[in-house]
Design a protein around this ligand. Structure first.
Ligand code: C2E
Ligand code: MG
Ligand code: MG
Length: 949
């Protein structure tokens, strides 16, 4: 049902559907009419056949039977019927026919609703015939039974009568049938006429509806299509239904919209293109004038007027160029003329205001032309700048130290500078632009005769490099010995730049530098770096069973030679030592200078101590022999530390360190000797390192303290001052005397802050003492470096506010061993601060007297070694006397150190010594003991003093 509804819905929605429906309806009507007519005709036929076939036949039979029965009522008939067997047979046959007819009639009556009266008459006739037949059967002999004949006749009469009735009734029925047939025909005729009429009306209606449904919209569509074809896209499209015409109209509407949209788009694009062209023209920096074949301006922009110096609107479309040229003078006229005359090539004009214009003109296809004016002032300026830049570049190229060749992307020479020609001895005329790389290289190679590589091969190789565009660097070894570095670099955009640099000198310098990097410049010996490499090489050969030994050498007293005879002599001495060392060893051995007066030797394949000892002894002898240098006689000693590989180490660091440890021991053992490395040496060195470590932290931990020892003034007979002597109160080592750590403190530089601390502490302490009592502070030679001592003294004085005259600095001769001039300057700077300066331990150095001459010391402290023996029968007494006399004559006070006995005390006093110091008066003791010492050794007390325990 649903499917039927869907199909119907679809059919009703389309014209095709309507046509199908109309066809079905018409077919139904026509079919119904046909069927009805056929049925009526059949009925009529039946009625006619009943009327004519049945009724008339029945009548005929009935009439014949009635006649027969009427005839049989004669005597003749009776005899004939009885006697004649043939007649009897005919009669019997007739009777059978009659009975069958009557039976059929009855059937018809039942089937066809034959009228009841005819049926009844037929039944009565049948019964009468049956009765007659029975009666006739009973008659067998003529004339025998008249009654039987009479009965027979009666039955015959009844039969006849009923046959007549039957005939009459049947005739009546036939009439009725005919009448019925007529009525049916009349009814069918009407019915068919009506049906046909309805069918015609219906057809008309369908045709009308279809026309309405199809033709009107089609007409509308065709009108709309005509309008669209005529270009009218504005009108409204007739609305269609849901059918095919509706679809057609809708499609036409869409088509019309698309056409309109496309046209609008095209128009918009055209308008925008025109606008853009106009904008482009207006915003263009070029002035543009389009002229048609007749010389009329068709298109222009305001820049054109501006460039031509015309007022706005002068170049309106339609005006002619020729008139413009006539009508304007000055720049404008010239420009218009230029426009007219400009050929396809560009022409350039300079305006009165300095601007430059370029006018280029190109012909149009229609015979006109387009002139484009550009302001090229900036371009001109750039051109000029470029020219001057090029000039500068040329100058730079010609003056650069490198030769240069530039090849373009096709490999042709485009730039070559003067230096290139100089390097290769070529005239610039020999190198015209356009030569190939190969030609240039061949020319240079031929001229300079490169021995290596072969010129041809080289040129080929370079050409290949060049074509590959890679960066390359190579060296040309020219025939005359010069070396030229060549490098190639591909240029962006193709091409190649080749630079040539004469690196002969640089290579020599490089070689020198390389040599210097691995050799000592002064002696030409391998330096530490190269020595390290040699050790590594030797270590590498250890596996092959080649033990070796390493010797570390340190010259003794070299510093003195250097300081006394000067650096040039020191240098010459080092060279001489190097020569002697070289002479001592074999070619396979290595002698190196590690720095200063340190040397080292690798003795190859020397694994036994005896061999090394022999060489060490020889070295000590040879090096210690005196040297004659520039008229000076100098002598140095040498200490040697020896170690063996692989026993004492297999790395450069380890071997050098162990040889150094052995050297340290050699030096400690009195110098001028050699020592083999032993593990214990390392242990004692480790102990020293531990001391160093502790010392570095001692100052921060405030482990230092100052003890004070009184200095007795012989003449004033009282304590004139105290010497501050530092001590290190170590938590484990106890109270460490200065002799055990000052040297280490000097080595590690701690002496500078420690010395400053001593100065400040001593000055501050002295401020607590009675006026006039001085404080003496020992100063190390290290503190004299960089003049740090001056600043330290200044700060100590200002911090303590001690009058400078109460401070005495004790320096040893080692201070004066240093750079004399600088040391003296420092001493004078100290003197200017107002402090006093004493020479300590006088007489222990080997040129003490010369030092006395170099600086006016305030005091000489006679070393205790002289004082110790003063009372014995030695020269010490004489020396002390001499020193006291010296001090007297130089105006320097003298202080005797180390007075332990009264005899010494008395002797010194009698010799005229100014001051004395020693255990006889007091041992160095903490600051708290100072007042006691002052009191004990003041005038009148302790005069007969004994050594204070
Ligand atoms: P120095 O300046 O010659 O000091 C005198 C040394 O002789 C002191 O030894 C002192 O204790 C000792 N001494 C004094 N009287 C006698 C005596 O009658 N008999 C003997 N046998 N010795 C006596 P100390 O304190 O061990 O100092 C040794 C050296 O250490 C000093 O010799 C000085 O050169 C240095 N020193 C001490 N303190 C400092 C300091 O603060 N700075 C510097 N740079 N060196 C100092
Ligand atoms: Mg001293
Ligand atoms: Mg001394």
């Amino acid at each position: 049902m649903e499917a039927f509804g869907t199909i119907t819905g679809k059919l009703l929605g389309t014209i095709r559907g309507w046509i199908v429906i109309a066809f079905l309806i018409m077919s139904a009507i026509t079919g119904a009419l046909g069927l009805s007519a056929a049925s009526s005709i059949r009925r009529t036929d039946e009625l006619v056949s009943q009327t004519f076939d049945r009724s008339l036949m029945s009548i005929n039979y009935a009439r014949a039977a009635a006649t027969d029965f009427a005839g049989m009522r004669t005597a003749e008939a009776r005899r004939w019927m009885v006697t004649d067997p043939a007649a009897r047979t005919v009669l019997d046959e007739r009777l059978v026919g009659l009975q069958r007819l009557l039976a059929e009639d009855l059937e018809i009556a039942v089937e066809r609703a034959q009228s009841e009266r005819a049926t009844r008459a037929a039944q009565a006739a049948e019964q009468a015939v049956a009765a007659w037949t029975e009666a006739r059967a009973r008659i067998t002999d003529l004339g025998r039974d008249e009654a039987a004949y009479a009965d027979l006749d009666r039955h015959a009469a009844v039969a006849e009568e009923n046959f007549d009735l039957f005939i009459n009734y049947t005739a009546g029925d036939g009439f009725i049938y005919r009448q019925q047939a007529r009525a049916i025909v009349a009814r069918e005729t009407r019915f068919n006429l009506l049906g046909t009429l309805i069918a015609v009306l219906l057809s008309g209606t369908v045709a009308f509806c279809l026309a309405r449904r199809i033709m009107n919209p089609l007409a509308d569509a065709s009108r709309a299509a005509t309008r669209i074809a005529g270009g009218d896209l504005s009108g409204t499209m007739p609305a269609g239904g849901g059918d095919e015409v509706g679809t057609l109209l809708a499609a036409m509407g869409t088509m019309r919209d698309n056409i309109r949209h496309a046209m609008e788009k095209e128009v918009a694009q055209r308008i925008s293109a025109e606008d853009q062209l106009a904008d482009a023209l207006e915003t263009s920096r070029e002035g543009i004038v389009v002229v048609d074949e007749a010389g009329r301006i068709t298109l222009t922009n305001s820049q054109a007027e501006d460039y031509l110096g015309l007022s706005s609107g002068t170049l309106a479309p339609g005006s002619t160029i020729a008139r413009l040229a006539e009508g304007h003078g000055g720049d404008s006229g010239t420009l218009a003329q230029a426009l007219l005359s400009a050929t396809d090539e560009r022409s350039e004009l300079r305006l009165a205001d300095g601007r430059w214009l370029r006018i280029s003109r190109s012909d149009t296809r229609t015979g006109g032309f387009i002139a484009v004016c550009s302001d090229i002032t900036l371009l001109k300026i750039q051109e000029a700048t470029l020219q001057s830049t090029n000039l500068r570049l040329d100058t730079a190229l010609d003056n650069m130290s490198q030769g240069l060749c530039l090849f373009d992307s096709t490999g042709r020479l485009t730039v070559v500078n003067r230096r290139y020609c100089e390097i290769f001895g070529l005239a610039s005329a020999q190198l015209p632009f356009g030569l190939t790389y190969h030609e240039v290289a061949s020319l240079s190679a031929a001229r300079c005769d490169y021995p290596e590589p072969a010129p041809d091969a080289f040129v080929r190789a370079q050409a290949e490099t060049a074509s590959g565009g890679t960066v390359d660097a190579d060296f040309l070894h020219l025939g005359d010995g010069r070396v030229v570095a060549v490098s190639h670099k591909a240029v962006r955009g193709g091409g190649l730049v080749a630079t040539y640099e004469d690196v002969t000198e640089r290579r020599e310098a490089d070689a020198r530098i390389a040599f210097m990097a691995r050799h000592d410049v002064l002696t030409g010996l391998p330096n530490r770096a190269m020595f390290g490499e040699r050790i590594e090489e030797a270590v590498a050969h250890l596996g092959a069973g080649s033990p070796f030994s390493v010797l570390c050498l340190d010259l003794d007293r070299f510093k003195e030679v250097n300081d006394t005879l000067g650096h040039p002599v020191g240098d010459a001495l080092l060279r001489a030592v190097a020569d002697r060392l070289r002479a001592c060893v074999r070619d396979v051995d290595t002698v190196a200078r590690l720095g200063g007066d340190e040397f080292a030797i690798i003795l190859s394949e020397t694994g036994r101590p005896q061999e090394a000892a022999v060489l060490a002894r020889r070295i000590v002898e040879v090096v210690s022999a005196p040297y004659e240098i520039d008229g000076h006689r100098a002598s140095v000693g040498v200490s040697i530390g020896v170690c063996f590989a692989p026993g004492d180490g297999t790395t450069c660091d380890k071997l050098l360190k162990n040889a150094d440890v052995a050297l340290y021991r050699a030096k400690a053992d009195g110098r001028g000797t050699w020592r083999f490395f032993e593990a214990e040496m390392d242990i004692s060195l480790q102990a020293r390192r531990a001391l160093e470590l502790d010392l570095r932290e001692a100052l921060a931990r405030e482990e230092f303290e100052l003890h004070y020892q009184p200095i007795y003034d012989f003449r004033a007979r009282r304590v004139g001052g105290f010497e501050a002597l530092v001590r290190w109160r170590h938590p484990m080592r106890g109270l460490v005397p200065p002799g055990d750590f000052i040297a280490v403190a000097e080595e590690i530089g701690l002496i500078v802050p420690l010395g400053a601390w001593c100065l400040t502490t001593a000055c501050t302490e002295a401020m607590r003492w009675p006026d006039g009592i001085k404080v003496a502070v020992n100063v190390s030679a290290v503190q004299f470096r960089d003049e740090v001592i001056v600043e330290a003294v200044r700060q100590a004085l200002s911090a303590s506010r001690l009058p400078p005259g109460r401070l005495e600095l004790e320096i040893t001769e080692s201070v004066l061993l240093k750079d004399n001039l600088a040391t003296l300057a420092t001493l004078y700077a100290l003197r200017r601060l107002g402090v006093r300066i004493a020479m300590d331990d006088f007489g222990t150095g080997y040129s003490s007297l010369s030092y006395l001459r170099s600086f006016p010391f305030d005091k000489i402290k006679i070393d205790q070694s002289f004082v110790r023996d003063i009372t014995n029968k030695t020269d010490s007494g004489l020396i002390v006397r001499a020193v006291i006399g010296l001090g007297l004559s130089l105006g320097m006070r003298t202080t005797a150190e180390g007075i332990e006995t009264e005899a010494q005390f008395e002797r010194l006093r009698s010799e005229g010594c100014d001051e004395g110091q020693g255990y006889y008066f007091a041992r160095p003791s903490p600051a708290s003991e100072v007042p006691k010492a002052i009191e004990r050794w003041s005038r009148g007390t302790g005069e007969t003093g004994r050594a204070v325990a």
